[in-house]
Ligand binder design. Structure first.
Ligand code: LAN
Length: 755
């Protein structure tokens, strides 16, 4: 045993990382703990690991150490575990010309493609997701196995900020939600109250008013755990679901993510689910408040929110609505409540079925699990199916195990990889990669509407594409558009498979895209906008902006206009007038939301560079004139001038996530490869005449490329609801590649010279 002990200290980080393997099947991705033979031997593991023996505990300790990550310089991990497993890192040349940059970049990226034809990657970032899963595991007494629990604790500790708290996301400043959720989750996972990290976190919580000030989503989770009282939550009135459909505040009209989260929340609230206390919960209750739990005024606590968390302030209308609903809650009719809860449960179960228990996102994944457990018990097959999907959301990187914001971004990342390669599809390796991409894209198209579409407020799905996998199955406007674009471009390049996205299937897609178009001419994310804008005033989630309805977005609108336009160029006689009218209306919408300075505000990535790229490509797809033409369209000129005005002295572009939060351009301290690529893609699309601007941008990308063809993981680049950031590790590869590919195609005369 002593020998093992001695050796274990010598186990390298890489050897320990190699114990975790990613498995993918038709896009489904799951990490597994699979110790290598060397590790088994070194630590004397048997086939029956209990995690109780000394040698087993030692391995856990070593694993824990191997995932220590310094978040101070850059809180963004670089997906080294996944990439180490897949990439052979075979290149090691310094790159100084565009052809080599493209070649090495695409070869490197191709090594990361999974056998089932897609790319996967770290989709972490938000800090309010993983605690939810720990709570579900605790509430339902479904333990998470030790190696994963070790990585989860490590992840949370890795992302603690210097002031002792945690943000809403890995780059954000500390918030009450982030801090209290991690604190409680860590304590439930065995961290002692005396641990220095726990002590620092507690100080942060107490100095900021205590957990009474946690935002409403936190109040909800703490109530389930009996660490807060349901009486301290504004009512999540289940009876709303029984209103007639025409009522503007009926939840069927909410943005689907908001709808699908408040659905199980209102079930738990209606049932007042609360687990029995135990000694740890008793301790936590005495640790997170500034006064004894028993004397807290719960009614007053309903309205308390830490100002560091409050992105959307409660307004007069919301306060009146709460007053009304809270009064109803006191006298509510038992029969009506029962009826509402029955309906809600049937809706939860239909969502489970429609998504194969993946659920639309990470939040309803957790709360649906809890609801189904409560309704049917832990041995019920439906609950077991839920638990079986938990791993679909968990991701391992060098900073530990995190919960992804979705069950992956497979289709989305793959779609961009395809378009990057399609700029220059000639080499044999590109063709093989593209063939395999096509198989995945074809497989992932939604071939039929799910059951229950009519009753449970789902929009048409047939012909659409989801963001992640076919099993998830919620179609998204722009993912659908990307799927159609790729299918058409693949066919145009002679890339076909045994199964095809046939013309018939593309016609379904066009119908679906047309059916998604809003009255304002734009496209929202998953469905049409279903309620007037003033409903936003009822947003109860203080931490997010614009969550109540599905708005028209420049990104989604541009993607749909582009897809329709590519389709029309291939099949000019089909859907003729309908496509033309739709594109015109789409383009007018895009024009209508362009800002004075020529930019567009991004909603799904950081931020103006992203959206301005979409704005330009959308208008071009509608026929707007570029610099190639005699007279450039004013909107395009202004947009290009905006982008050029933001170029940095090193030739790159760099935007901070703060742009999204403040909705004004805020530059990053360093140029970012991702922003640079977006700006370049936009300028090249518009044939911006000053080639020097573009050359300098390309030079920046080449300088930043690593010898193995990869690019560095810089700042976080995705966002939702303006205040929460989300990681897209694929972006550091696909967009620089795409930009360089476009450069080679568009400027052959400069490409062959020095850039
Ligand atoms: C996503 C991810 C993909 C994204 C794009 C397709 C990129 C975008 O163009 C449209 C919106 C969409 C589909 C999107 C919406 C919001 C999501 C689902 C996410 C950012 C991933 C996670 C996020 C979800 C809401 C997180 C859970 C939080 C809640 C507020 C419920």
């Amino acid at each position: 045993m002593n020998d093992t002990l001695l050796q274990s200290n010598l186990t390298s980080t890489k050897e320990l990382w190699a114990c975790f393997r990613l498995h993918t099947y038709n896009g489904r991705q799951r990490w597994a703990f699979e110790p290598t033979p060397e590790i088994k031997e070194k630590y004397g593991l048997t086939d029956n690991i209990l995690w109780e023996r000394e040698n087993e505990k030692l391995l856990l300790k070593d694993i824990d150490r191997a995932f220590i990550f310094n978040n101070k310089t850059n809180p963004n991990s670089a997906d080294l575990i996944y990439r180490g497993q897949f990439s052979d890192n075979g290149y090691n040349e310094d790159v100084n010309d565009v052809f080599k940059a493209f070649d090495q970049g695409s070869k490197y990226y191709a090594t990361l493609q999974t056998d089932d034809g897609n790319w996967t990657g770290d989709y972490g970032g938000p800090m309010f997701l993983l605690p939810g899963l720990i709570f579900a595991s605790n509430i339902t007494s479904t333990p998470i196995s030790e190696p994963y629990a070790t990585l989860i604790r490590r992840y949370m500790l890795n992302h603690q900020r210097e002031d002792g708290g945690w943000g809403l996301h890995i780059e954000g400043p500390s918030t009450m939600l982030g801090t209290t959720l991690q604190y409680v989750a860590l304590r439930l996972m065995g961290l002692s109250a005396d641990h220095p990290s726990a002590q620092e976190a507690r100080i942060w919580i107490l100095q900021n008013g205590g957990a009474e000030y946690i935002p409403s989503w936190g109040k909800f989770y703490l109530s389930l755990l009996g660490l807060y009282e349901w009486d301290g939550c504004h009512t999540l009135i289940p009876e709303l679901w029984l209103l007639p459909k025409w009522v503007p505040i009926h939840p069927w009209r909410y943005w689907c993510h908001t709808r699908m989260v408040y659905l199980p929340m209102s079930y738990c609230y209606g049932e007042k689910i609360k687990i029995a206390s135990d000694s740890v919960l008793d301790e936590i209750r005495s640790e997170i408040y500034t006064c004894p739990y028993e004397i807290i005024n719960w009614k007053a606590a309903r309205n308390k929110v830490c100002n560091k968390d409050e992105y959307t302030k409660k307004n007069w209308l919301l306060r009146q609505v709460y007053r009304l609903l809270n009064t109803y809650e006191r006298v509510h009719l038992k029969g009506l409540r029962k009826k509402a809860l029955r309906f809600i449960l049937s809706y939860i179960e239909m969502e489970d079925r429609q998504t194969n228990y993946i659920n639309i996102g990470p939040v309803n994944k957790v709360i649906n699990s809890i609801s189904v457990w409560y309704a049917h018990g832990e041995s019920d097959p439906a609950f077991q199916k839920h638990v079986d999907r938990w791993m679909d959301y968990l991701w391992i990187a060098e900073d530990g195990m995190k919960m992804n914001g979705y069950n992956g971004s497979q289709l989305w990342d793959t779609a961009f990889a395809a378009q990057a390669l399609l700029e220059n599809p000639k080499s044999e390796h590109a063709i093989n990669t593209l063939k395999s991409i096509y198989r995945f894209v074809e497989f992932t198209q939604i071939k039929a509407d799910p059951p229950g579409t009519e009753v449970f407020f789902r929009h048409r799905s047939k012909g659409g594409w989801p963001f992640s996998t076919i099993e998830h199955g919620w179609p998204i406007t722009d993912c659908t558009a990307e799927g159609l674009k790729i299918s058409l471009k693949m066919h145009a390049n002679g890339i076909k498979g045994t199964e095809e996205v046939s013309l018939e299937r593309m016609k379904w897609t066009v119908e679906t895209i047309l059916s998604f178009q809003n009255n304002d001419g734009g496209w929202a994310s998953y469905e049409k906008t279903r309620a007037p804008k003033w409903i936003e005033k009822l947003n109860p989630a203080e931490i997010f902006g614009d969550i109540m309805i599905d708005y028209s977005y420049v990104e989604c609108s541009s993607a749909c206009v582009q897809a329709l336009s590519v389709f029309a160029s291939h099949y000019p006689d089909l859907f003729k007038n309908r496509i033309k009218t739709s594109i015109d209306r789409g383009a007018s919408f895009i024009r209508s939301i362009q800002r004075e300075d020529g930019s567009w505000l991004g909603s799904w990535a950081v931020c103006f560079t992203y959206a301005t790229w979409f704005g330009i490509e959308g208008l071009m797809a509608s026929g707007a004139k570029t610099y190639k033409d005699k007279e450039v369209d004013m909107a395009i000129r202004k947009a290009c001038e905006f982008l050029v005005s933001k170029q940095e002295s090193d030739g790159g572009w760099g935007e901070s996530y703060e742009s999204c939060v403040s909705k004004t351009y805020i530059k990053h301290t360093q140029s970012q490869v991702v922003n640079t690529a977006w700006a370049l893609l936009a300028l090249m699309a518009a044939s911006y005449p000053d080639e020097y601007v573009i050359r300098r941008g390309i030079q920046f990308l080449i300088t930043m490329q690593k010898p193995n063809g990869d690019w560095p993981q810089q700042a976080i680049s995705g966002v939702f609801n303006f205040n929460c950031m989300i990681t897209y590790t694929a972006y550091r590869n696909v967009f620089p590649l795409w930009a360089i590919g476009r450069f080679i195609k568009k400027y052959p005369h400069i490409s062959s010279e020095e850039v």
